[in-house]
Structure formats: structure tokens, C-alpha cells
Design a protein around this ligand. Structure first.
Ligand code: EPZ
Length: 435
């Protein structure tokens, strides 16, 4: 177990380069096994979730060659459709192998997905889509088993907007016979990226990024050389870290269009945001103001930025309200912010945030990936030292998080929890003996 030790109060300044989008990379790595031909993926983030998925496809027979930290060559020479890598139960993106294996091999046997504990996160929309394409899907012993004699195009109408179901059913449909129309689709940038990647492999997908996606099944997919889009949420996280610390940070390798909802909210609360082709600059000289935020599917304010926004608004000059409309249990981190002096009351799916002048350092624990990033932001701002436990959650989705923050002037170190606690205990024993 590892922890971050943060000495707060230092405004962030300088430049940071954003990595490839984790939530696009998960779908793209899964899609890569839909051909035996070499697929070269560039701008791949070096984070736990992606590395586990690469291990899982290698265990299933794929050839995975990492040519550098952010580039991999995959050949989908699979010898099984059974994915039983233990770590796969702990992450969400594993279930994309369901769509990829079913789409290519007409069978898939994949662990039920894990992922951040932010709600019940059922997968009935995925199953609805696969069934409409002609598959039989069963869940037993913690595994999902999907098989089909053949897959045929269908007209699918999702009951709710789901990023995962949109990507998964797209994977299942690209090699099906005939046309598939999927309605009420999610429109996130990472869905467009997965669709563009599949089209680079010879698929025929139109409409990704809108709420209706049309897919004409093709006979087979071929190799490709593809670079993943920048991570919208990593970029947003650094934007809010700059704002919270009253810093001046240039965030490079971004697509400003993907950040519009975040930039608009920052500007609304008095933070300077400048955009150029592939960078944004956040320059915050004063306390943030206050506002209302409601998380929505893209292009609305992203739910994956909700904890970071709540943390920023906890320092606001007035009372703000943040409403979470996507997940039913995504405010667990608020108790940790309260330990640092934040004045936040969670009522149903809203947090009422009365801004305070400042926060104070404390030992806090990370309930999930994005909440972990938000608690680090709180530590960067807080007076004194903050210990953030549960770093492994954060490293699931942020590459070299503390290294990048140190590059912006943050006083943050990563240490092992056990050594730290032993040292503290020894010091305490020594002082009690001395008395
Ligand atoms: C993806 O999760 C992301 N994860 C999440 O990011 C992100 O928060 C979420 O999309 C929303 O943008 C990955 O891409 C790996 P959904 P996903 O299906 O696909 C409900 C992060 O921090 N739902 O769009 O699981 C579901 O319970 C992670 O990187 C059903 O009810 O999200 C949720 O309430 C956290 N039935 C809502 O829909 C279904 O069949 C949206 O879920 C599917 C979803």
C-alpha cells in the first residue's frame, strides 16, 4: 500500500503534458484483438487498468510487444475466448473483451466487471444489445458467457445513455451480417475514438459522437496504426488543480473542444482560461466564486470531474450546489474533505457546498479513482501536511500523477504506508519512554 505525503500551499506553475485517454484506450486495446494482423497503438497511457488489459489479452494468446512506454504492437492471435485474469475483476474496461471476442469469435467468457465503487453499475444494456445481435448471454459464477451461432444486424434502442454499452455493442456489431442501428447512444470523445479506430481497421461505422450510430457489418478487420486522443479527464483534473492552488499552468496535448464544459464552469467562477490549438492555460489569481453544477453525459459537465469540482468549490466565495445525475453513490469522498475543514452537506444526489477560506492538512483515504485525484487537489491547497492513502486507486487512471505535480512545483512524495506508520509509532514510544 502506498500513500502521497503533500505539503500544501504551493501554487502550481509551469507546463504539463497530458497522456492518452484511458477510457478510449480500454475499448481500443480490446478491439485490437479482432484481427490477427499487427495493430500499432500510440499515445497509450501507462496506467494500471491498461496494463492489466494487455496482460489479459496476452494470457489469451495475443502477441503484445511494448515498443516504448506509450506504444504497443498487438496481434490478436487468440487461442481461447476465456478471460480469467484475476485482476480483470477489479476494473471496468475488462468487459469490452466481451464485445470484441463475441464480435470476432462468436463466443466470450469474461469476468463480471469491477471498477470504481460509485454505484451499482449494472450491465443490462450491454446484454440487451448483444441479445439483439443474436447472442445468448448468461451470467454465472461471476462470469459472463456470451455465444452466438451467427451475429446479425439489429435496431437497438438503449433504455439509458451508457458509455460502456455503446462501445461494447459497437464491438459486437462491426462483423455482424447486415446493418445495425444503435439509438440513444453515449456521445463521449472516447466513443468517437474507438469508432475511428475500428474504421481504421476496415469497419463501417457512422454517427459516433451523435446519439445514433449506424454500423454496416464487414467480413473481417485488418491491422492499423492508431494514436489515441488526449485524456479529457486528466486534462480537466490538472485545470482544476491549477485553479484550486491559484496557480498558472499550461496544459499541453489536449483537445480544447473536449474541455468546453469544464472551461465554461471555470470562467463562470472567475478563473482565467485561454485556449489554443492543443493546449489550455489556467491562470487563477483569486479564490473561485460559486455556481451550480449538474453532471451530464457528454457534452455536459463530466461526472468524472465531479469530485474535483466539488473540491474546488469548497474554497469558493459563496455557496455552490453540485448534483450528480449519472451515479448514485459518488460523494463518498466528501467525508474526507470535511476532515480538512470543508463545509459540505450531501442531500440525496446533491452536495451543498459553503465555501471556506482554506483547508487544513489531514490523513485521508481514497474511495475511488477520481475522488482520489480530488483529495490530492485538496492536499495541494491545504495548510500543513496531508497524507492521501490508497494511491493504487489513483494510479489506475493517472500516469505519474505525483511526478507531473512535482514538475509544477507541488511538494508531494509517494511513500510506502507501512514504513511511515512504523516510524511514527517508534517516535511515539520514544517520547513516552523519555517522560
Ligand atoms: C464509463 O463507465 C467510464 N469508465 C466511467 O469513468 C465514467 O464515469 C462513465 O463511463 C460515465 O461517463 C470507463 O470508460 C472504463 P455508463 P461506464 O455505462 O461505461 C448506468 C473513470 O473514472 N448503467 O455510461 O460503466 C450506470 O450504472 C470511470 O474513468 C445501467 O444502469 O458508465 C450509470 O449509473 C469512473 N445499465 C450510468 O448508467 C447499464 O447496462 C452511466 O454508466 C449500463 C449503465
Amino acid at each position: 500500500m502506498e500513500q502521497y505525503i503533500i505539503r500544501g500551499g504551493q501554487p502550481l506553475a509551469g507546463e504539463v503534458v497530458i497522456n492518452g485517454a484511458k477510457n478510449a484506450a480500454l475499448g481500443i486495446v480490446a478491439a485490437a484483438v479482432m484481427t490477427d494482423e499487427p495493430v500499432i497503438i500510440e499515445n497509450l497511457p501507462d496506467v494500471w487498468d491498461i496494463n492489466v488489459l494487455l496482460d489479459a489479452i496476452e494470457d489469451a494468446g495475443a502477441v503484445v510487444e511494448r515498443t516504448d512506454r506509450h506504444t504497443v504492437c498487438i496481434k490478436g492471435t487468440l487461442n481461447t475466448c476465456l478471460i480469467d485474469n484475476e485482476n480483470m475483476r477489479r476494473m471496468r474496461g475488462s468487459y469490452y473483451l466481451l464485445g470484441a471476442l463475441l464480435g470476432r469469435k462468436k463466443q466470450a467468457y469474461v469476468p463480471l466487471p469491477g471498477g470504481c465503487n460509485i454505484g451499482s453499475r449494472p450491465i443490462e444494456q450491454h446484454i440487451k444489445g448483444f441479445s439483439a445481435l443474436g447472442a445468448q448471454v448468461e451470467i454465472s459464477h461471476g462470469m459472463i458467457n456470451a455465444t452466438a451461432e451467427s451475429l446479425h444486424g439489429s435496431h437497438i434502442y438503449f433504455d439509458l445513455v451508457s458509455v460502456g454499452a455503446t462501445i461494447n455493442v459497437m464491438l459486437g456489431a462491426v462483423l455482424a451480417e447486415g446493418q445495425t442501428i444503435i439509438e440513444n447512444c453515449a456521445r463521449e470523445p472516447h466513443i468517437v475514438d474507438v469508432a475511428n479506430f475500428l474504421n481504421s481497421m476496415g469497419a463501417n461505422i457512422k454517427g459516433a459522437g451523435t446519439d445514433v450510430i449506424r454500423i454496416k457489418g464487414v467480413e473481417s478487420l485488418h491491422g492499423s496504426n492508431y494514436s489515441i486522443i488526449p485524456d479529457q479527464i486528466e486534462a480537466g483534473t490538472f485545470m482544476l488543480a491549477a485553479a484550486a492552488t491559484r496557480g498558472d499552468v499550461v496544459i499541453k496535448n489536449v483537445i480544447p473542444k473536449h474541455l468546453e464544459a469544464i472551461s465554461a464552469k471555470l470562467i463562470e467562477i472567475g478563473i482565467d482560461v485561454e485556449e489554443e490549438d492543443d493546449m489550455v492555460r489556467v491562470n487563477a489569481q483569486n479564490r473561485p466564486g460559486y455556481t451550480q453544477v449538474k453532471t451530464q453525459a457528454y457534452p455536459g459537465f463530466p461526472t468524472d470531474m465531479q469530485p474535483q469540482m466539488t473540491t474546488l468549490l469548497s474554497l469558493g466565495t459563496g455557496t455552490s450546489i453540485v448534483t450528480e445525475t449519472i451515479f448514485e453513490n459518488r460523494f463518498k469522498y466528501v467525508d474526507e474533505l470535511r476532515k480538512m475543514g470543508a463545509d459540505i452537506k450531501v442531500e440525496g444526489n446533491s452536495a451543498v457546498i459553503r465555501g471556506v477560506e482554506g483547508l487544513t492538512g489531514a490523513t485521508i483515504s481514497t474511495p475511488d479513482l477520481r475522488a482520489g485525484a480530488a483529495l490530492v487537489i485538496a492536499g495541494l491547497v491545504a495548510e500543513g501536511t496531508t497524507v492521501v492513502e490508497g494511491v493504487e486507486y489513483i494510479e489506475r487512471g493517472y500516469e505519474q500523477f505525483e511526478v507531473k505535480l512535482r514538475g509544477l512545483g507541488a511538494r508531494i512524495e509517494k511513500t510506502q504506508i507501512n514504513t511511515e506508520r512504523k516510524v511514527v509509532k517508534k517516535k511515539k514510544q520514544a517520547t513516552t519512554k523519555a517522560k
